[in-house]
Ligand binder design. Structure first.
Ligand code: FMN
Length: 209
């Protein structure tokens, strides 16, 4: 598919056909994710491809428990509705044929080597630079989503489940200083999805010639 077509076709998919994603396709998604730009080419990432139903069920269970304890409700219907939406949008991955966990690794940039006399730490400079490590992960995640579309799948970027980050990290054996940063659910869409309405070009572009 033409790159432009892939980009225009991509839309978040949350309902999937019950059909496995072959390992070779998962490998291709991760191979292309690994080609994404990253701060100082640090490639501060690892990817865990999960197709094990029991593991996905346990992860979704951990998210439900965390949603329940983090968002207590007092019976108000709007509040209860919002909570059930948060829960659904954070747990639907349980039924996805495959889920890719994106794991953030520590990185060192060139500037870190010049901080000795600056009074600034790695975290200070990382904040100043707008968290380039996390931006790098975003680039890799978009490569996964676009490759998924090109291979005939759909996917959805997930940060909601991170409400249960410690439990999920335990399920996935992710140990500090590595961190679970996001997840992507992948599979063949069970219903057609359309690109959501996006802001017009005139609203988001400013040319200063
Ligand atoms: C950083 C990030 C986190 C997201 N987290 C979730 C999530 O937890 N659950 C979910 O259902 N969708 C999640 N999404 C998908 C967005 O809701 C979706 O991209 C947005 O509504 C625009 O729709 P589109 O992807 O179809 O263009 C996330 C997207 C991004 C970029």
């Amino acid at each position: 598919m033409e790159m432009k077509d892939v980009i225009e076709k991509r839309a978040s998919v949350r309902h999937f056909v019950d059909e496995p994603v072959p390992e070779e396709h998962l490998r291709e998604m991760i191979r292309l994710a690994g080609l994404a730009p990253s701060v100082n080419n640090s490639q501060p990432w690892k990817f865990i491809a999960i197709t094990n139903r029991a593991l996905l069920g346990n992860m979704a269970g951990a998210v439900r428990t965390a949603v329940d304890s983090c968002l207590p409700t007092c019976g108000d219907e709007n509040e209860k509705h919002a909570k059930s939406q948060v829960e659904w949008f954070s747990t639907f991955f349980e039924k996805a044929p495959a889920v890719i966990a994106i794991v953030q690794c520590p990185y060192e940039a060139i500037v870190d080597k010049a901080l000795k006399h600056s009074g600034m730490s790695h975290n200070d400079i990382n904040n100043l630079r707008g968290h380039p490590d996390i931006e790098s992960l975003g680039a890799a995640i978009e490569h996964i989503l676009l490759t998924a579309v090109d291979l005939g799948y759909g996917g959805c970027w997930l940060s909601g489940p991170l409400i249960a980050r410690p439990a999920l990290e335990e399920h996935l054996s992710i140990n500090a200083p590595w961190r679970l940063a996001a997840m992507v659910a992948i599979g063949k869409p069970s219903q057609s999805v359309e690109q959501k309405e996006k802001k017009p070009l005139e609203e988001i572009l400013e040319i200063r010639a």
